[in-house]
Design a protein around this ligand. Structure first.
Ligand SMILES: [Zn+2]
Length: 383
């Protein structure tokens, strides 16, 4: 596992006594900040995710000389694994973090930056998911650039995409109106997608199967994790008793699936690299949960990129972005989508899915959405 890419960083270090720092007695119950995770967003950007137990009002600003990004959380207690105040390791152009409670009951986080940065995107949390996220991108980098340079490299990192052709071997999947088998159609599409991605020279592409063979679902997920996949795309074709049902649809993991993923993490003893995180206990659970949420968010981001592109070359099912607990979507650390490319039980869809030119257009549309997904925030104007 690539530690730079995968690691979650804690605000670690020494706890200070927080005696006078609690919220005033008349204030409402303070929110608790329980974990902080740093993850690359592609293109050298970094996502800062804050795990909170409830919504918190947040105020952010940049400071220069030296460059910093400051996050103030109103009426918030810092119950980070290593205490209320301290500092922790950075990632990319974020050199380190410092955090401490403020006398007014607010919490302050300071990100020390290697140069000027900008806020690309923010998610300030909602009732259902109070976690807060900031996507930051560097604008300029001040010397010395050692660590960030190393991380950023000269060109964007090579991304690994795992393509999963559904079914295979003794499992034919859906059977079309004229006897076309899903396992053949999706394998062909998977091979075309591989070709489209490889021709770009920017991706490492691996297939869970590249011939007509049976592969267990669990094996497909294990394979994706073993490849350190940045993205997992499972390709299927539907069938329905109603021959009029037509169009493609895209699935990402559902809430219920998330629970299942969590229990699989323990049941299958999957190792998730949590950096300096403790091996067990509540803090670990919170981090795994945060990590799972980030993966779910990224899966949804890719789905939102994929759907309109596919819609340009194929009809879409109504409410085309659906949530499901499909087994192959359950890896907690690999963003994953499952695309039903159409209905083999529908004559028009079947014709489209077996037409080499239409398949090629579909594969190219999917490859373009992979490009968009990884392009991420626009990075690094000249220093
Ligand atoms: Zn299928």
């Amino acid at each position: 596992m690539n530690v730079t890419r995968r690691s979650l960083t804690f605000f670690g270090a020494t706890a200070l006594g927080g005696a006078a720092l609690g919220a005033p007695a008349w204030a409402s119950v303070p929110t608790t900040l329980r974990a902080v995770a740093l993850q690359p967003t592609g293109g050298g950007g970094v996502r800062v995710a804050l795990a909170l137990n409830a919504r918190a009002a947040v105020n952010t600003f940049f400071l220069s000389g030296p460059d910093r990004f400051v996050i103030d959380l109103a009426n918030t207690r810092l119950e980070l694994p290593h205490g209320a105040a301290g500092e922790g390791q950075g990632l990319g152009f974020i050199r380190r973090f410092r955090h401490a409670p403020r006398p007014d009951g607010n919490a302050r986080l300071v990100l020390d930056l290697a140069g000027e940065a900008r806020l690309v995107r923010q998610d300030l949390g909602g009732r259902e998911d109070p976690n807060i996220r900031f996507d930051l991108a560097a604008i300029t980098l001040n010397a010395p650039q050692r660590a960030p340079q190393e991380y950023l490299g000269r060109s964007a990192p090579r991304r690994t995409v795992v393509i999963d052709a559904g079914h295979g071997g003794r499992d034919p999947g859906a059977i079309g109106a004229t006897g076309v088998r899903e396992k053949d159609v999706v394998l062909n599409t998977a091979l075309m997608l591989r070709q489209a991605l490889e021709s770009r020279g920017r991706y490492s592409v691996a297939l869970t199967r590249d011939r007509d063979e049976f592969v267990e679902l669990e094996q497909r997920v294990r394979f994706a994790r073993a490849q350190n996949a940045d993205l997992f795309i499972s390709i299927h074709a539907d069938s329905h008793a109603n021959a009029a049902a037509q169009g493609a649809s895209v699935y990402t993991i559902s809430e219920r699936g998330e629970d299942r993923a969590q229990s699989m993490v323990s049941a299958q003893n999957w190792q998730i690299d949590l950096g300096e995180a403790p091996r067990q206990g509540v803090a670990r659970d919170i981090l795994v949960d945060l990590y799972q949420r980030e993966t779910t968010n990224r899966s949804a981001q890719f789905a939102q990129t994929l759907i309109p592109r596919v819609g340009e070359v194929a009809p879409l099912l109504r409410n085309t972005h659906r949530n499901a607990g499909f087994y192959v979507l359950l890896a907690p650390d690999v963003p994953a989508v499952l695309i039903e490319t159409g209905f083999l039980s529908n004559v028009a869809d079947e014709r489209r899915l077996t037409d080499p030119r239409a398949r090629e257009r579909l594969a190219e549309a999917m490859a373009q959405s992979v490009d968009t997904y990884f392009a991420g925030p626009q990075m690094y104007a000249r220093a």
